[in-house]
Design a binder for this molecule. Structure first.
Ligand SMILES: [Zn+2]
Length: 263
């Protein structure tokens, strides 16, 4: 599952390639939009809102796409071959220079730009948005004091942009297990501020490091490091499922560095 910083970087690249230019071709390969033709319109802006990408057009419409688990946008020269299998292409947006291919995208929708909030209005404060508001995010987390903090941090209605990687890493840095109730998770303002700092530090590059080290195997404290020694105390990192199926996910923690309940 991509994190907010991945979507942010993808939106920045899309904006660079598409904004201010006229679409020469636009394919939306989902049944309800298959007859919609956006060719001739100008792209005015591409931005990320949490993990949603919004492509705004001068005709007053916004195309919303979501990466979910496996989706991605890939930009290629308009003269080049598509950079992936044709059957995985869900959307194509091209101008005279660039062609953006949306592979395996989800939740493709076209709405009037003034009604974008219908699609993203439920999201909490966006960690990488211009209107990031730590106090508002903390208030939303506090509203469910008994919930496991590892789940609450990934609920996009509380704050938008954190996926499994940052949830696990932030909780390592703050010394709490993912199963710790929100009410016992310590200083929530420091927690969300740490998340904000990590996403900002990574948003301009494809690599995601929470340790400050970009070397392979040293980029994360606990995420995907089950069985390996903690980079801080050498204790073996553990993993277990967090949450109820089918929405459960892998959690990782160091039983020495992180206090709180665990399975
Ligand atoms: Zn440790």
């Amino acid at each position: 599952m991509p994190e907010g910083d991945t979507v942010w970087l993808a939106a920045a690249r899309m904006h660079e390639a598409l904004a201010g230019r006229r679409l020469t071709r636009a394919d939306l390969r989902v049944p309800q939009l298959a007859t919609t033709d956006l060719a001739g319109q100008f792209v005015t802006q591409v931005l990320a809102r949490g993990k949603h990408m919004l492509t705004r057009l001068d005709g007053g419409l916004t195309l919303r796409t979501h990466f979910r688990m496996d989706g991605k946008w890939v930009i290629a020269a308009v003269t080049a071959r598509p950079p992936g299998p044709d059957h995985q292409i869900r959307t194509v947006l091209a101008n005279e220079t660039w062609c953006a291919y949306g592979f395996l995208l989800h939740d493709i929708a076209l709405v009037p730009t003034v009604e974008e909030t219908r699609l993203v209005g439920h999201l909490g404060p966006d960690l990488l948005g211009p209107d990031w508001d730590a106090d508002e995010a903390v208030g939303r987390l506090h509203a469910q004091p008994g919930r496991a903090i590892g789940e609450a941090l990934q609920d996009q209605r509380n704050l938008a942009g954190i996926g499994n990687l940052y949830a696990n890493e932030v909780l390592f840095l703050r010394g709490r297990t993912p199963w710790t109730p929100v009410s016992d998770a310590g200083n929530l303002n420091a927690l969300v501020t740490t998340a904000h700092r990590l996403l900002r530090a990574n948003r301009d590059r494809p690599e995601q490091s929470t340790t400050g080290d970009l070397r392979r195997g040293r980029q994360h404290w606990v995420y995907l490091r089950a069985g390996q020694p903690c980079l801080r105390c050498r204790t073996r990192i553990r993993t277990a499922r967090l949450g109820q199926p089918p929405r459960d996910r892998a959690a990782f923690w160091c039983p020495f560095c992180q206090r709180g309940p665990s399975p």
